[in-house]
Design a binder for this molecule. Structure first.
Ligand code: RB5
Length: 173
């Protein structure tokens, strides 16, 4: 797979927005690799974040998108992968600035926070803004230095989604 293919993952709370963004991206000529989940059935977001974040961390993908209900859980797990700079964005300004200043490589969105059209605006800002470099390299270098000390273990190998226990509560989300 070409590393410019955009990897995208979601949980049940992000499924509807994921479907919308995949259609938008493919309609605008982007190649997309959708790791799931593929319905609104309750799943655990770290399984899907791990696939996308590991691909970006290992350089198999240049960019990824992760969507859960709020985007928060996805950003927490994705940022544990070396080299991943996952950004939870709720505005186009954030989408633009996190590319310009943070060289963001994973965009996180909240499917129950951000409407479809706003999400598309954020996505376009994120896709079409270049990293500015310059003084921002200093901060990214420091992040790399921190990762070099703290994130040195082997990549996490999560259990398969279907092997993960759920709490079994009806109506849980
Ligand atoms: C799932 O219920 C919800 O916790 C998840 O989608 C996400 O918002 C977590 O941060």
């Amino acid at each position: 797979m070409d590393k410019d293919t955009i990897w995208i993952g979601n949980d049940h709370g992000g499924y509807a927005l994921k479907e919308r963004l995949v259609a938008y991206l493919e309609g605008h000529g982007y190649a997309v690799h959708d790791v799931g989940s593929h319905s609104t059935e309750i799943v655990r977001y770290p399984h899907y974040a791990a696939q996308v974040a590991q691909a970006v961390s290992e350089g198999r993908a240049t960019r990824g998108i992760l969507i859960c209900s709020t985007g928060i859980g996805m950003s927490i797990i994705a940022n544990k992968y070396p080299g991943v700079r996952a950004s939870l964005c709720t505005s186009t300004y954030m989408g633009r600035m996190t590319r310009a200043h943070n060289d963001s490589n994973v965009l996180c969105l909240g499917g129950r926070i951000t409407g479809d059209l706003e999400a598309i605006d954020i996505l376009n800002a994120w896709l079409n803004t270049a990293y500015e470099g310059g003084r921002h390299d200093i901060s990214l270098g420091l992040i790399g230095e921190a990762e070099g000390q703290m994130l040195t273990g082997p990549a996490w190998q999560p259990a398969l989604p279907e092997e993960t226990p759920t709490d079994g509560k009806a109506g849980a989300s």
